[in-house]
Structures are given as C-alpha cells and as structure tokens.
Write a protein that binds this ligand. Sequence first.
Ligand code: NAI
Ligand code: MG
Length: 502
Amino acid sequence: MAATPSVESAARGAKNPSALQFLKSGPKKLLIGGKWVPAKSGKTFETLNPANEEVLALVAEGDKADVDEAVRNARKAFEEGKWSTMGPHQRTRFLLKIADLIDQHADELAELETLDNGKSISESRNMDIPGAAETFRYYAGWATKIYGETNPSDPGMFSYTLREPIGVCGQIIPWNFPLMMASWKIAPALACGNVVILKPAEQTPLTALRLGELILEAGLPESVVQIITGFGPGAGSSIAEHPDIDKVAFTGSTEVGKLILKASAGNLKHVSLELGGKSPNIIFPDADVQAATFGSMLGIFMNQGQVCCAGSRVFVQESMYDQFTDSLSKMAQGLTVGNPLDPNTRMGPLVSKEQHDRVLGYLKAGKEEGANAKVGGAAGNQERGYFVQPTVFTGVKNSMKIAREEIFGPVASAIPFKDENDAVFQGNDTTYGLAAAVWTRDISRAHKVARALKAGTVWINTYGMVDPVASFGGYKQSGFGRELGKHSLELYTQIKQVYTKL
Ligand code: NAI
Ligand code: MG
C-alpha cells in the first residue's frame, strides 16, 4: 500500500478550494451501482502530477471482478428501462443538467485536469472543460430527435423502423483529453438510451471521477453511468472481452485498438475505434503564410502534441521550405514552456514518464536518421517534470521513422514537396488517415486536395478545429466509426424493422 500523498505539495499552485478538497478526500473509488466503492481486490494505484512527479491521489484499481459486477448492474438497469424507456424530453433535461453542472464546476475541473494531465490551464479552461459541457448540451438536443422511418408498402401492410439503444456500452478512453473524451463517449450513448461503463486512462482518472459525482448529483437512475478506474490489461481488457457488454467504444493507440477488436469477437460486440494518426499539414506557396505558420504551430504544439489529429507531418513546397521552417521554428522557440498552472504557460509537461521516454526516443531516432532539429530536440531544462522542448525537424524524408510513426509529442517533421500531386502522394503515404490540412488561397486547389486526401477530417486554412456538431473519426488504421455530430447516433443505436399486416 502506497503512502498517503501530500496534496499540498503535489498540487502546489492550485487555488480552487473544491479541487483541493476533492484531492484531499481520500483514495478515489469506483462508481458501481450508484455508490463509490473500493476495488474488490483492495488495490490502488497512484496518479501523478506530471509537472512535479508527485502523487496527487490514490485511485482504486478495478479489474475483472469489478467489471463483472458493474455489468450485472448495467444489464439490470438497461432491462428495467428506467433510462432506456424514459421519455426523450426527460433524458434531455438530465443531459442539460450534467452540462450545467460541468459549467458550474468549470474552474475546479480545469485545475484538476491540468494537475492530472499537465496541459496548460489556459487550454483546460478554454477548450477541454467548455468542450465537455457543450458536448453534453449538444447531445441533450438529440434525445428528442432520434427518428425511425415509415416504409412505402402495399395497402395490406404497415411497416416502420424503430431506432433503439444498443444496451450496455463499455467505453475506454485515453489520457490526452480526459474529460472531453469522457463527454464524447457518455453523452451520445445516454442520449440514445444506453447505459455505460466508462474506463478512464490510468494516467488521468480524476476529472472522470469528479464527473461521476456530478452525474450522481444530476440524479440519473442508478447504474446508468458506472466508472471503473484501472489499467488496460485488467479493467480495460475485461470490458473488451465481456460476454454481456453489447458495444465497446475505444479511443487510444492503434496497437490496443487491434486487441479490442479481437477481444470483441467473443460475443460480436459492436465496435467503434478512434486510433492514432500521422496527419499531413500541407502548405502551398499561395497560402496566407503568416496564418499557415501560426496554424501549423498550434497543430503540432497544442496539448504538447499529444493529440491524435496533430499536424505532425508539415509538408512545405520546396521553394518556400527554408523560409517557412525558419518562421515556424522561431514561433516554436517563443512558446512559454513551464508550470502548466500559470496562465501564461503555452506548453506544460508530457503526461507521464513513459510518454517522455517514448518521445525522447523519437528525438534520438530522428537525429540518427539524419534529420536536423532546427529548434528543440531535447528534454526540457526544468528540474522536475516530464518536459520536452518544442521541436522542429527539417531535412525529413517521408520514409523516416519520425515521419511514419505517431510520436505523440511536440515534434514537427517538416518535409518538402514539389507540386500538388507530390503533396497528395506523400500526404497519403501513411498507414494512418485521421486528419489532414491544406493551406492555399486557390479555392479549386483547396477542394481538389481535400478530396484527394485519405483522411476522416480535412481542414482548409485552419488546423485542429473540432466541434460537437461535426463528425470525427479515421480512415485506414486510424479506426472506424464516426463520433460527434449526428454520426454518433449510428454508433449507439440499432434499427428494428416492424411489419404489420393490416
Ligand atoms: P493505450 O492505447 O494503451 O491506452 C488508451 C486506453 O486504453 C487507456 O484507458 C488504457 O488503459 C486502455 N488499454 C490499454 N491496453 C488495453 C487493453 N489491452 N485492453 C483494453 N484497454 C486497454 O495508449 P498509451 O499506452 O497510453 O499510449 C501509447 C501511444 O498510443 C501514444 O504514444 C500515442 O501514440 C497513442 N495514443 C493515441 C491516442 C489517440 O487519441 N488516438 C490517445 C492515447 C494514446
Ligand atoms: Mg498502453
């Protein structure tokens, strides 16, 4: 059993009294059957502040036995129908209530997110927390707009479809946008009448647990939302394998996505996967170069580059390559890296030692393959914490490891191209297909290139825009299924055809 953490020290700099109160209120538990309970094994694990490597809280380590119990509760809740057959207007009100509670606790949630994940407080405050509230609010509206169809039929027949919930949904999420990912998963599932079991990432469980408290406060029926913290093998794998879970939704690495798909075969679960990326960000000489430079900077350095749709391959037309990479490097050098609780900080630490080691490994590999770290290329010079300097590699070839593998850190690989065809060819020359961007003032070229790129999202003259109203998901090994927008309703409903002989 680990020692009780010193919250004062691990969370130094945090100001929100409720956030501190939450951290001090003892080991975090699992939300099972409407109650907070320890793991059956009694085991806990530590969640750290990656800015100072100190322990913020002990968290229950759920595993198969806890998942089994949650699934029994979830099945009972679903079949009893308190949620699945609740009137849609009432479901809307519950989801709006959750959105309002997130807003009311925004400051607290933002501090918890920054403490647990390391992302800058300005990003937590301006993107993650409001984004989570908006996602609940958006899907609150959908609960009353899920229609079936009346089919054309012979006079002697009346036939129609019902769009029904799938049932018990297991949802496994990553650590890069902890509360936002929880909202992308929970909100549409609930709008459609499902019950959910959520497994937050072991690196960042805190805001999902606080959300669990807010969901209880909103008064949803028991076991409609259950939360099981723990590790991938154990809590996560038990969800993926469980014979009585009807659907699994996963966001994370392509490697684990493949394991989830295999595990789901046992009972042929519905599966949706949102996986990695190596997104091409293509800059043509006729672009607004200043806007393209700023957008490319955000595209790779936001959230320390720990973004599945990060613009990690920056393709620049060869006539402007030197000039553009100079300006991008200057901008990268100007980013304030440091204490993520400081509102002036642009880049905090990476989430964990594991990710820090991984990213430093790629910096080494890039240099060994002959790329030039024009800026950065090393760990941060902070005494503690998992910091990495914003890095721009030039002289990169699309065949290099740093251009092929997802680094998931603040590392841009700048690659020259000749012309439009070459840009599209190289951009598509990847196993991934999550996102892409094109910067040009030529409207025909913009749309031609957008069509030619094999990616689930294409941005024109912007980077990284994500909105709950619009779909999000991947081509190729970036996964399948589309989250957000009306597309999420496809993931969380199934169609029943009804024939009536008149
Ligand atoms: P991961 O894919 O191992 O973890 C994501 C989630 O899956 C976590 O909740 C984890 O506990 C769970 N998980 C892990 N193994 C599992 C298993 N066998 N069965 C069921 N659930 C399991 O990602 P990790 O190890 O944190 O990061 C490794 C790399 O993955 C990153 O460097 C990055 O390249 C990529 N990644 C991509 C993300 C995305 O948004 N597409 C998010 C996080 C990581
Ligand atoms: Mg892993």
